[in-house]
Every structure is written in C-alpha cells, then in structure tokens.
Ligand binder design. Structure first.
Ligand code: IPE
Ligand code: IPE
Ligand code: MG
Length: 263
C-alpha cells in the first residue's frame, strides 16, 4: 500500500465519510523468529535476539507515529526459561541493555512503560530495572508500552482465580460477583483495554500462552517474516489489513473497529 493511502485512511478528512478511524487502540506483538533469522545467515541465535531489539525500537517509534495507544510486546514467556541457560542469560542481558539505553528516549517520547508477567522468582536486578522503568514513566500520557516479561496467560488466569477465591473466603466478594468483569479486573491487564489486533511474525500461527483471555475478540495478522525484519512498512500493512476487517462481536452487523467488546 502506498504511504499516501495509509495517511488518507487515518486522516481526519476521511473520517466523516469512512466511519471511525480504523487505527487499533491496542496492538499486541508476538515477536517471533529471531533464532531462525540468525540461522538463515549462519549467525548465532544471540545475534537474532540483538537484531530483534532493534526491530522492537522501530516498532515502538512506528506505533507512536501511527497513533496506537497501547502496544504490548511479548518479550519472554514463562516457557522460555526452558531454553539453554546461555540463551536465557543473553536475553536477560538484552532486556537490561534495552531498559538502560532506551528508557530516557521512551520517557522523552511520553511513553508509559508497564510490565505484565510474574515478578516472583526474577533476579533482583531485573526486577528492580522493570520497576524503575514503570516508575520513571508513570506520569506519561502518550503510548503505553506493555512489556510481557516472564508472562504466561494460563498462569495469569490461575493467579486471578486464586485472588478471587481469597476474596470470597475473606467475605470481600460474593460468589454472584464472579463475572467476566471480575476476572478481567484480577488480571495483570486490569486497566488495559483488550488487544484489537495481535500480530505474530515468523509464520507460526499460534498464541503460545499469550493473552488468552484478553484475545477473545482480537483480530490476528500472521506475517511470514522473522521478527528482526519487522519494520514500519510491515506494521502499517498489518494495520491496513485490520482496517478492512469486519468486527462483529457475535452480532450480525459489523461494529466500529475500536468498539469495546462488552461482556
Ligand atoms: C523470539 O524468537 C524471541 C523469544 C522467544 C524470546 P525465537 O528465539 O523464538 O526465534 P525462533 O522462533 O527460534 O526462530
Ligand atoms: C513466543 O515465542 C514467546 C515470545 C515471542 C516471547 P516462542 O518461540 O517461545 O513460541 P513457540 O515455542 O514457538 O510456541
Ligand atoms: Mg520462537
């Protein structure tokens, strides 16, 4: 798609005749294929991860330019601990460097950083860094960058179930209060809207324990490219694809692209 078409689609002049602005409020990225990117080039997997961080930087800048309000990035799953020790250490080092090097720019760009995933069991220095990123950017009002780190959706749902059971046992909540809103309110994403669009690179077509609850009515775009090759053009093309989807939320007529699912 030509750049001008994209701008025309999201521009205010077109809004009156083409309905609501077709920019997803919340995009979630499954940044997959770093290892395969490296293998194709005869490079170590770490080099793929290093180039993956550069792609992440580009994606954040592109998200700001596009006008996305929430960008969630799957950076490390609970299952990723079962990778070789050396690879896990390399990934931790990259997270460290990303926050150290990029926090100032993120802050200057009015980005608010949020982290979802389990904090328990993380190295103290990693946990402190994540906290710092959240605290430093807490007052920002631009893009919310949600970093899914040590994240697993089933674990998140199980933790919510435990918290709800505790509240019932303590008499703070009645059984009849346990509805879909109550469950959403006990997830790490409690105050974050559900993703409108989930993009996964690398050609795999699965969620891999990512946002299982929140993805109930998300649109999906699966791209055949590996994550380090993801750029602004690929991002805008995925948004354009999304803009042409009919979201029905179980109804007969399509609903505006940014409408809430209601539950
Ligand atoms: C995504 O790339 C990065 C993480 C999961 C941390 P991979 O490392 O999964 O790359 P592939 O899928 O093996 O190519
Ligand atoms: C999903 O990718 C996790 C992240 C992108 C952080 P994986 O590479 O771990 O997923 P599977 O193992 O192919 O399903
Ligand atoms: Mg992978």
């Amino acid at each position: 798609m030509a750049e001008s078409d994209f701008l025309a689609l999201s521009g205010s002049a077109k809004e009156a005749d083409s309905g609501p602005r077709p920019v997803p409020r919340h995009v979630a990225l499954i940044m997959d294929g770093n290892g395969r990117w490296a293998a194709k080039r005869g490079l170590p997997r770490f080099e793929g991860h290093r180039r993956g961080v550069e792609a992440l930087r580009r994606a954040v800048r592109a998200a700001i330019g596009i006008g996305i309000q929430y960008l969630t990035v799957y950076s490390f799953s609970v299952e990723n601990w079962s990778r070789p020790r050396e690879e896990v250490q390399g990934l931790m080092g990259l997270l460290h460097r990303f926050i150290r090097n990029d926090l100032a720019e993120l802050n200057a760009n009015n980005v608010r950083v949020r982290v979802i995933g389990a904090r328990a069991g993380l190295d103290a220095d990693v946990a402190a860094l994540l906290r710092e990123a959240e605290q430093v950017t807490e007052g920002n009002s631009g893009l919310t960058l949600v970093v899914a780190f040590n994240y697993g959706a089933r674990q998140e749902i199980a933790a919510a179930a435990r918290a709800i059971a505790e509240a019932v046992a303590a008499g703070r909540l009645s059984l009849n209060d346990i509805d879909t809103d109550a469950i959403s309110a006990h997830l790490h994403t409690a105050d974050i809207p559900d993703p409108d669009l989930i993009i996964r690179t690398s050609g795999e077509q699965r969620l891999s324990n990512f946002l299982l609850w929140q993805a109930a009515y998300a649109e999906f775009v699966f791209l055949p490219i590996n994550w380090p090759d993801f750029d602004e053009g690929a991002f805008k093309a995925a948004i354009e694809d999304y803009a042409h989807r009919d979201r029905r939320f179980g109804r007969v007529e399509p609903v505006a692209c940014n409408a809430k699912t209601g539950s």
